[in-house]
Ligand binder design. Structure first.
Ligand SMILES: [Zn+2]
Length: 199
């Protein structure tokens, strides 16, 4: 029997992983999109899946507004619920999918939980067009830590970013207090101030 070509085997494995990642991310996008028809729409969703078996452990959406909790980001909430469910702080062997690149808080929390892999959709820069962000990439957080985690993104970026630009989401962003301090909003505010002074 001819020895297997490692590069083609590797390619086959990554094609398989790509398909798995696509399926889970699409599932997460559908789950997150459900919020867009509610009174509290959010574009941020997270899903934690066992990397080997593909069994879903937990999913969640951002609930900062509804829970009056600045730390209730989708990824952090989902990790919190997952570790409670397992009664363990160790999520090694799990992959976390997120519709948006985890912020430094969420990426740090994923590292503390020992998550092996993070796959994200939209980037921090994409989200920053609509709301405040801390502009440190997820990969940078990993790089500066003592832990390891494979970070893949931006994956299905356009599909994930569409959550941010849904008409109901755009309306909601306008009411988010955080929006007023984003750089683009600052410009708008300055323009508005100027125009109000001028008027
Ligand atoms: Zn976060």
């Amino acid at each position: 029997m001819a020895p297997k070509n490692p590069s083609s085997a590797q390619q086959k494995e990554s094609a398989h992983q790509l398909e798995i990642d696509r399926l889970f991310m699409e599932r997460l996008i559908r789950f997150t999109a459900k919020s867009l028809e509610t009174a509290t729409p959010v574009p941020f969703g997270a899903l934690i899946v066992h990397s080997e078996t593909g069994s879903i452990l937990m999913r969640g959406r951002n609930a900062v507004g509804s829970e009056s909790d600045p730390s209730a980001h989708a990824e952090l909430r989902t990790v919190r619920k997952a570790t409670k469910k397992l009664k363990s702080i160790n999520l090694s062997g799990y992959t976390m999918y997120s519709t948006c690149e985890p912020c430094p808080m969420c990426m740090a929390n994923a590292l503390w939980a020992g998550i092996d892999r993070v796959v994200y959709g939209a980037t921090i820069a994409d989200a920053n067009r609509h709301c405040r962000q801390i502009r440190i990439s997820a990969k940078e957080v990993v790089r500066r830590s003592d832990m390891t985690c494979s970070v893949k993104g931006a994956f299905l970026r356009a599909r994930c970013y569409a959550l941010f630009t849904h008409p109901n989401m755009l309306k909601a962003f306008a009411t988010w207090s955080s929006r007023s301090t984003s750089s683009s909003a600052n410009k708008t505010r300055r323009t508005r101030k100027r125009s109000s002074r001028n008027s």
